[in-house]
Design a binder for this molecule. Sequence first.
Ligand SMILES: Cc1cc2nc3c(=O)[nH]c(=O)nc-3n(C[C@H](O)[C@H](O)[C@H](O)COP(=O)(O)OP(=O)(O)OC[C@H]3O[C@@H](n4cnc5c(N)ncnc54)[C@H](O)[C@@H]3O)c2cc1C
Length: 477
Amino acid sequence: MPTSHDGLHLTGFALTPGRQRSWWLRDALANDAGAECPALRMDAKADVVIVGGGFSGLWTAYFLHERNPDLGIVVLEQDICGGGPSGRNGGFASGWWDELHGLVALYGAEAAVRACRAIKSSIRTIGEFCSTNGIDAWYRRAGYMYAITAEANERARDEMVALARQVGAPEELVELSPAEVQARCASPAFGGGAFMGDGASVQPARLARGLRRLVLERGVTVHEATPVIRLEGTTAVTPNGRVEAAQAVLAVNAWGIGWPQLSRKLVAWSSYIVLTAPAPDRLREIGWTGGELVTDFRTSLRYFRTTPDGRIAFGGGGGRARRTVDDMFTHDSRAVAETAEGFRLMFPSFSDVPIEDAWGGPIDVSPTHLPTFGRLGDSKIFYAAGYTGNGVAPSHVAGQALADLITGADTDIVRLPMVNARSMTFPPEPFRSWGAAVVRRAMIEKETAEEHGRRPSFLASQLARTPRRMGYFLGSD
Ligand SMILES: Cc1cc2nc3c(=O)[nH]c(=O)nc-3n(C[C@H](O)[C@H](O)[C@H](O)COP(=O)(O)OP(=O)(O)OC[C@H]3O[C@@H](n4cnc5c(N)ncnc54)[C@H](O)[C@@H]3O)c2cc1C
């Protein structure tokens, strides 16, 4: 039975986030638990060892096998494949036309457009991959709508749309009038907006587990429940065995903050999702039957989508930044309550629809708001990191890029600007995690005030602008 908490209709689970796996992953495991992948218990050898069994690690394994079926590939995952954010995220496979500001500033217009087109191709290919390989990941390519929820967002929308026009891709990101927004998804909180055709929803855990099945079928060795303690050169050291390999891949997402090779490239922020009970009639009442992905314009983004059985999965920034990936990324009731508040604000007509589930996870935030994929120095260690909460489609590009770099293939993918790009870095600890935590809270405070038509406090406004002033592509303008 639904119970009430702070005026929110939440069930028992939602009050204790982290007590069980995400709803997506429970559904995926119930649909197909897959073959056992026992923990590593002896020393082994491989051509390539991959640390992390999320989208980045699994796509890399998949494409490596495709490039060279003779390679010995071992994936080591501390949990189960898809147990991290790949099996917990919003399932937005979304384009990069809204990232043009950073892409153009970093790489120039021509390279920026190539990057956007690579992501576009991945969004399409993920759908084809699912249908070819019998992966029922609920793939639906219905586009991505931005909705304005505060006056301050209008300038951001105008700039975003203007930039797509300036790089010669006006059709990729178009302005929507308030009436056009309401026609796609009616909410008293929404003004006008923008629409990006590059957007598909997936059930992310079904995709991750489907990928796991595919790589196993192709002969990749996967060990779950196998944490990698460190890399010694390209040898992965785990509690009960070592994997000696010629090349290694770090595909550890936000856990990278604990790896010396990656820590200065990242901070970890939390994000949480609440999931309603099925309410298909209510979705029909607000006209949200097209399956569009929707977000607002906050930098502490709120993102929401529907499911085939008529639920809304509604995500929001958890507002926490930490020095290690700890329970605060999964067990934060305050973050769940804040996310649920955002949902109630945007969908008042769902006030009696219970929230049945809630879960969270860490996001690997990069200084540029964009990921990079490549080789660490002149070592034989490769990495993909810095997705900043947008890794579903980009990890498909990352897998191809890393497979091409490892096998020495000279392809268009390795010439994309985010491949072997020079990374910006964050300040060292303790300033990094402390600064990230303070700025994150300030951003949420500032944007919440603006959303309610209030003037944000001077302190919150200044703090929220700090990252931009330091040259990062994060925070408020
Ligand atoms: C709540 C939430 C919502 C999100 N929504 C979206 C969205 O809608 N769209 C989108 O594009 N992106 C979204 N993201 C981000 C997206 O989930 C990630 O960018 C993407 O999953 C990255 O894939 P990955 O394989 O790099 O990381 P992960 O899925 O995190 O995989 C990394 C794996 O490495 C494992 N690992 C870590 N350390 C070790 C170690 N020492 N030894 C062995 N294994 C280790 C972890 O257990 C984990 O399984 C969201 C993230 C969160 C948390």
